[in-house]
Design a binder for this molecule. Structure first.
Ligand code: FCB
Length: 458
């Protein structure tokens, strides 16, 4: 039998969403087009040609949605702001109606005693800025500071927890290397590393602006971190795992911590891209700007990926069968992601002990299972409940180990538009019927309410 684990008194429990995944109203009230509008409207990019045009229609349902959050007992809500709703042309002209929407949302959250945690960039770049060069261009980092300034001037009196970027690695790698996310470019290493640099730069530049506009606030960035060990101890597998770590994690975490970009990554790029020179885009003072101290870091953790080097012939590598990865269908979510709660301790421990960050939030953790309403209307998503409980227990272990974990946001509050997978993957603790927009709290949502109420997990 599991013992009951009590969390620290001030621990914050919340749920997370992102603008493009839930808001809908893609072209209403003066909102500009984003790269995700363009991408999802391009045939063949998103499964089943799904789009975020309507999504969960949160833009029109936000007041009921906040009531629902309150009924569920959420203490905090992490949402993102759509840049093209605030500045439809990326910079310049302000769309007051867009600001008013977030202002009403924030007021309603505060009235419900739910602490707002706002992310400025969760991937929906104004299309016009993409056309002017996008993240590979330094001017986009400058535009971001303008956007951060306008937004925090409007909301900074009430929102006191800010996140600049969500998962910069996904923006750079899925957007410019794999082409699976907007803007859908494949194999452009140079654009990907410039994107990484400009995302980081825009983060660093905006910190003093946000602090000035939102006195007493805390600001951080959100990184995705998997636990991705080599498949075997062979040099080939270890090199591959290290290379992955460079482009998925260290390229962000090292400069954020005042260190240089990973040396191996820079030398690999110099070999692969003849015209590559980091001096072309890393200007004097940039690394200092990026390393501006943050108040916290957000970590999104979902799974473990065991890394095998397939560039060398199998017979020249240590047989993988000597180090079998646990393959058990029970242990995989519908995204095909392994359920591996211990990995959460690995990543939190690494971030804290290696980089000494002052405070950590788990800003996303959750799983995709499609369980829907039974005949009685109830949603018995036991696998999600189990997934969350196991991860909460590991989070507790991390706190016991001295890691300054201050809160936990479940991904996601709602079933929503899961990027390239459209509506085919459901991560919510609240079921959404996308035809009628009916919401039903799943069993996992009810269990979460009990965890929050008791501040403990069984
Ligand atoms: C993360 C994203 C979030 C959601 C989850 C499943 O990478 O930040 O928007 O799609 O994955």
């Amino acid at each position: 039998m599991n013992t009951r684990l009590l969390f620290p008194e001030k621990f914050i429990w919340g749920a997370a969403t992102a603008a493009y995944q839930i808001e809908g109203a893609w072209n209403e009230d003066g909102k500009g087009e984003s790269i995700w509008d363009r991408f999802s409207h391009t045939p063949g990019k998103v499964l089943n040609q799904d789009t975020g045009d309507v999504a969960t229609n949160h833009y029109h349902h936000y007041h009921h949605d906040v009531d629902l959050m309150q009924a569920m007992g959420l203490q905090a809500y992490r949402f993102s702001i759509a840049w093209p709703r605030i500045l439809p042309a990326g910079r310049g002209q302000i769309n007051q109606v867009g600001i008013d929407f977030y202002s009403r949302l924030v007021d309603r959250l505060l009235a419900a005693k739910i602490t707002p945690f706002a992310t400025l960039y969760h991937w929906d770049l104004p299309q016009v800025l993409y056309e002017a060069g996008g993240w590979p261009a330094r001017s986009t980092a400058e535009a971001f500071v303008e956007y951060a300034d306008v937004t925090t001037r409007a909301l900074g009196d009430r929102v006191k927890n800010w996140m600049t970027h969500n998962e910069p690695a996904v923006v750079a790698n899925l957007g410019y290397l794999m082409g699976e996310h907007a803007p859908g470019i494949k194999g452009d290493c140079l654009a990907a590393v410039k994107t990484a640099h400009h995302l980081l730069l825009s983060h660093g530049w905006s910190l003093p602006v946000i602090r000035q506009n939102s006195p007493g606030c805390e600001v951080g960035i959100v990184l995705n971190m998997g636990f991705d060990p080599p498949a075997s101890p062979s040099l080939a597998d270890r090199k591959k795992a290290n290379g992955n770590d460079d482009i998925w994690f260290r390229i962000y975490m090292e400069p954020l911590s005042g260190r240089q970009y990973p040396a191996d990554l820079i030398s690999t790029l110099s070999v692969r891209i003849p015209q590559f020179s980091k001096d072309d885009y890393i200007l004097p003072g940039d690394m200092e700007s990026i390393a501006a101290p943050m108040d916290f870091i957000g970590i999104n953790y979902y799974t473990r990926r065991i890394v095998r080097n397939t560039d060398v012939p199998e017979e020249e590598n240590l047989p993988q069968t000597l180090f079998p990865a646990p393959k058990n269908d029970e242990n995989y979510t519908e995204m095909g992601w392994e359920v591996f709660p211990e990995g959460l301790l690995q990543v939190l421990g690494r971030v804290y002990f290696e980089y000494k960050v002052p405070k950590i939030y788990v800003t996303e953790n959750g799983c995709s299972y499609s369980d829907g309403p039974g005949a009685d209307g109830r949603i018995r998503d036991e696998r999600r409940t189990r997934y969350l409980r196991e991860h909460f227990r590991v989070a507790h272990k991390a706190i016991q180990a001295g890691i300054p974990l201050a809160g936990y946001f479940v991904w996601s509050l709602f079933d929503n538009f899961e990027w390239a997978f459209g509506y085919a993957q459901r991560f919510g603790i609240v079921w959404v019927d996308f035809q009628t927009q009916q919401r039903i709290i799943k069993d996992s949502g009810h269990c979460f309410t009990e965890v929050i109420r008791s501040n403990a997990v069984d």
